[in-house]
Design a protein around this ligand. Structure first.
Ligand SMILES: O=C(O)CCC(=O)C(=O)O
Ligand SMILES: [Fe+2]
Length: 243
């Protein structure tokens, strides 16, 4: 969406300490490229799936992971709660994108270790995500969030409780949101998606969010920082801590 049409142009905003919204960070071509990549990642094996929570509920967004497979509330090398296939590799270019996002949003001093986890969430018009913390990683590196397609209401809260105080932000296609430092463990969620607000030229019905994280987990022997997890997939579960 062109900012020319805005009554007030959207600008970079620090929503909470070390939590920054950067509107229109991805231009139209970059959005298209990321969407195309998401479409490939969504295919089986280890493709888009419905996530079941231990209480017997299901998440309304559908998800696919790269690098490490997340399921409530832990990580594994395989889709342990789905088809059992090895998680798809986390590509180098996505790490480059994540690091660039962090320095653009938080400044050069916020440089981090390599990104090695992506969670891609697809939201249809009725999907949402409850208030939660991203707390299953062993690294305090900032979380990077990129949005494509329909706009949403993104709620960014505090580290203590799911309740107020929180700040509501509208995230649109191409927007970046980074949260680290004092806000790394803040509660956040998506109470609502605004159906039909995606840029028509993108060709996406619904919303996609790509969340990048640093695991802080040790790689299997022989793995390089540059590529996908090597060696035989195993069922080892990392970061086994309740959210
Ligand atoms: O969809 C979003 O904007 C948030 C996603 C999120 O919080 C997560 O995947 O942990
Ligand atoms: Fe999250």
């Amino acid at each position: 969406m062109s900012t020319d049409a805005e009554l007030f142009p959207r600008s970079r905003t620090e929503i909470a300490p070390d939590a920054v919204h950067v509107p229109d960070w991805l231009d139209a071509d970059r959005q298209r490229e990321l969407l195309e990549a998401c479409r490939v990642w969504a295919r089986p094996p280890a493709g888009l799936r419905t996530v079941r929570t231990p209480g017997g509920g299901t998440m309304t967004s559908r998800q696919v992971c790269l690098g490490w497979h997340w399921y409530p509330y832990r990580y594994a090398r395989t889709v342990a709660d789905g088809d059992g296939a090895p998680v798809k590799p986390f590509p180098r270019w996505l790490d480059d994108l994540g690091r660039r996002a962090v320095t653009d949003a938080l400044g050069a001093r916020a440089a981090t270790a390599a990104y090695d986890i992506a969670l891609i969430n697809f939201y249809d018009a009725d999907a949402r995500m409850g208030m939660h913390r991203d707390s299953d990683e062993k690294s305090d590196a900032p979380v990077v969030s990129l949005s494509l397609g329909d706009s949403c209401l993104f709620r960014f809260g505090n580290t203590q409780t799911r309740a107020r105080p929180y700040t509501d932000v509208e995230l649109r296609s191409g927007d970046l949101f980074v949260f680290g430092g004092a806000s790394r463990l803040a509660y956040h969620g998506v109470p609502r998606v605004y159906a039909g607000t995606a840029p028509p030229e993108l060709g996406l019905t619904g919303r996609l969010n790509v969340t990048l994280r640093v695991s802080g987990f040790q790689r299997p022997c022989g793995a390089s920082g540059a590529g996908p997890p090597h060696g035989p997939p195993d069922e080892r579960i990392m970061g086994d801590s309740p959210s």
